[in-house]
Ligand binder design. Structure first.
Ligand SMILES: C[S@@+](CC[C@H](N)C(=O)[O-])C[C@H]1O[C@@H](n2cnc3c(N)ncnc32)[C@H](O)[C@@H]1O
Length: 262
């Protein structure tokens, strides 16, 4: 098992450019498998208009924007967040169309195709840029993950591969869910997307730890923190190679409603 890599290790050693290699879509990297599943699930969750509201908060955004592509159709504003300065800068570079920003166009086109509108990808990029209004610091292990900023409670919290990366063990995951719950309105929805059975992943040559999750661990921790799981979907890993890059066993997406204060 990889040694736990906490927030300070992320800040010092997480290289956004190396991580973005997983997003060279269609290149046959391991990223494709998880990403295709995530995009399909997020399209189903958001683009169909099933989940709507004023504000969506995305936790542990990393340097990526794929998670906003369907969500921007259903929420008036999106707040991105991550503890790593270089990750937030990478997102800002893309939002501001700075030279050298990562090219998300192939992934944007793929999402437009999933949504039945392949030709609208330029409009989609413009919509994401308009909807993502803030990129904040966050640490889900703090009681207010956005401190020193305080946001009014939001309608929806999204977290893609967040708990796996941020939490050392199951009790810290439960604490993180309690912290996350404080950011969400009563009746609001937490959308968790990620991987099960994963103990590590590589970013360039650096190994990052991952909390090994199971469906039961997730359901127990959510129940204990006042959430009701309303949807759960998982698919087993089909890639049989590249276990040296990441050892996940399946991908999951779940929707949980906040039923009470944690
Ligand atoms: C595997 S990346 C996921 C990035 C992005 N959500 C995606 O879909 O690709 C894990 C992210 O968790 C963030 N992270 C690590 N510790 C954290 C913490 N304590 N609170 C919030 N985010 C954290 C890292 O900075 C990193 O961006």
């Amino acid at each position: 098992m990889a040694e736990f890599t906490g927030r300070d290790v992320y800040q010092a050693e997480f290289d956004p450019r190396a991580y973005l290699e997983y997003f060279q879509f269609g290149a046959g990297t391991l990223g494709d498998e998880a990403l295709e599943f995530y995009l399909k699930q997020l399209c189903k969750t958001f683009a169909a208009g099933r989940l709507k509201g004023d504000t969506l908060l995305d936790l542990a955004s990393g340097p990526t924007i794929h998670q906003f592509l369907s969500a921007c159709e259903s929420f008036g504003s999106i707040v991105a967040s991550d503890p790593v300065d270089r990750n937030r800068q990478e997102i800002e570079m893309w939002l501001k169309k700075k030279p050298g920003a990562f090219d998300w166009a192939p992934i944007v086109k793929h999402v437009c195709e999933l949504e039945g509108n392949r030709d609208k990808w330029a409009e989609k990029e413009a919509k994401v840029r308009k909807t993502v209004q803030q990129v904040l610091y966050c640490d889900v292990l703090q009681s207010n993950p956005l401190a020193p900023v305080t946001l009014p409670q939001v309608d929806c919290v999204l977290a893609v591969e967040c708990l796996e990366a941020a939490c050392k063990d199951l009790s810290s995951m439960q604490a993180a869910l309690k912290n996350i719950s404080s950011l969400l309105k009563l009746g609001g929805t937490l959308v968790l997307v990620g991987i099960l059975g994963c103990s590590f992943y590589m970013v360039g040559s650096r190994k990052f730890s991952s909390l090994v999750l199971t469906e039961k661990n997730l359901r127990d921790a959510l129940h204990a923190t006042g959430f009701a799981v309303v949807e759960y979907e998982a698919e087993p890993r089909f890639d049989k190679d590249m276990y040296d890059a990441c050892d996940f066993t399946s991908k999951f997406c779940l929707l949980a409603r906040k039923e009470k204060e944690a």
